[in-house]
Design a binder for this molecule. Structure first.
Ligand SMILES: Cc1cc2nc3c(=O)[nH]c(=O)nc-3n(C[C@H](O)[C@H](O)[C@H](O)COP(=O)(O)O)c2cc1C
Ligand code: SF4
Ligand code: SF4
Length: 259
């Protein structure tokens, strides 16, 4: 069978990437196609036109921000087009709620020529905390992801997969007002530039990685990936929200899978 599986994701702290890669690998194996990866995480990777055909399959993975798709994906989503192309969508959320994110993704993809054949809400360690959904997706999540991909592949292999019903409301919920925050840096910084190279908003200075411009997404890539543990946030609202999550959202949620 010709065509590819396009593994497309935005994933500052790599949980959505793990899910997208797992789904894409399983779909590719089942459908006899090769995987091509499109990484929207860094600014240079976003906003390019990408057209998929009827023999291709799209896997789209992204984190839930405010119960929605991340706003900065709008241009990339607008440039992603299909021609009756089956799509498998994964929204990865931090054990609180995914609300309208999956439905929003399905609506955008449908408007652009995809047939959203399967959709899953998976759980990833919360960006704001190392305790909420710590270490997820874990082996159990990945086993469920592979099973989900197998069921999606069987549906796609019929040649005429139906669109899947997905939970969510329209109009979509309002996004939380963005906090204007910047990360801080301790004296442990070694100027390795990992944070500047990996910042999805491109706001950390390459001249001085202790400095950041406006536009931080609060994605926590810089905090979680700093080898020296030197990046942190001290914004009270952000820390208060992390504490709330660590108080109220510790009970394990399981993936919800629609095929
Ligand atoms: C700005 C922001 C908003 C978020 N909003 C939600 C949310 O509404 N519900 C939730 O459960 N998790 C939320 N999260 C957590 C992420 O969805 C979750 O940690 C995800 O696994 C991160 O994906 P990544 O590893 O691909 O970056 C939010 C994270 C950020 C940075
Ligand atoms: S990743 Fe950490 S150590 Fe490296 S430049 Fe950034 S703050 Fe400094
Ligand atoms: S500065 Fe903000 S946007 Fe950039 S990596 Fe850190 S948390 Fe993410």
């Amino acid at each position: 069978m010709s065509g590819i599986v396009s593994s497309t994701f935005f994933s500052p702290t790599h949980t959505s990437r793990t899910i997208a890669r797992t789904l894409a690998a399983e779909l590719a194996q089942r459908l006899g196609k090769a995987v091509e990866e499109t990484d929207w995480t860094l600014p240079a990777g976003r906003g390019h036109a990408r057209a998929l055909g009827p023999d291709d399959v799209l896997v789209l993975g992204f984190p839930v921000y405010s119960g929605r798709m991340p706003e900065l994906l709008e241009a990339s989503m607008a440039g992603l087009t299909g021609r009756g192309t089956p799509a498998v969508v994964a929204a990865v959320y931090g054990n609180r709620a995914y609300e309208d994110a999956l439905l929003e993704a399905r609506d955008m993809l449908t408007a652009n020529g995809f047939v959203v054949t399967a959709g899953g809400a998976f759980i990833g360690e919360h960006s704001f905390s190392r305790k909420v959904a710590a270490g997820r997706p874990d082996a159990g999540d990945l086993a469920l992801a592979r099973d989900f991909a197998q069921r999606a592949a069987a549906k796609i292999a019929t040649g005429a997969p139906a669109e899947v019903a997905i939970i969510g409301d329209r109009p979509y919920r309002d996004r939380w007002p963005g906090l204007v925050v910047k990360p801080k840096t301790t004296d442990d910084c070694t100027e390795c530039m990992t944070c500047a190279e990996g910042c999805p908003a491109g706001v950390i200075s390459f001249d001085n990685p202790r400095e950041a411009g406006d536009g931080c997404l609060r994605c926590m890539a810089c905090v979680k990936h700093c080898p020296a543990g030197a990046k942190y946030f001290d914004d009270e609202k952000l820390l208060g929200f992390a504490t709330l999550l660590e108080t109220k959202f510790m009970d394990r949620k399981e993936p919800e899978l629609f095929v």
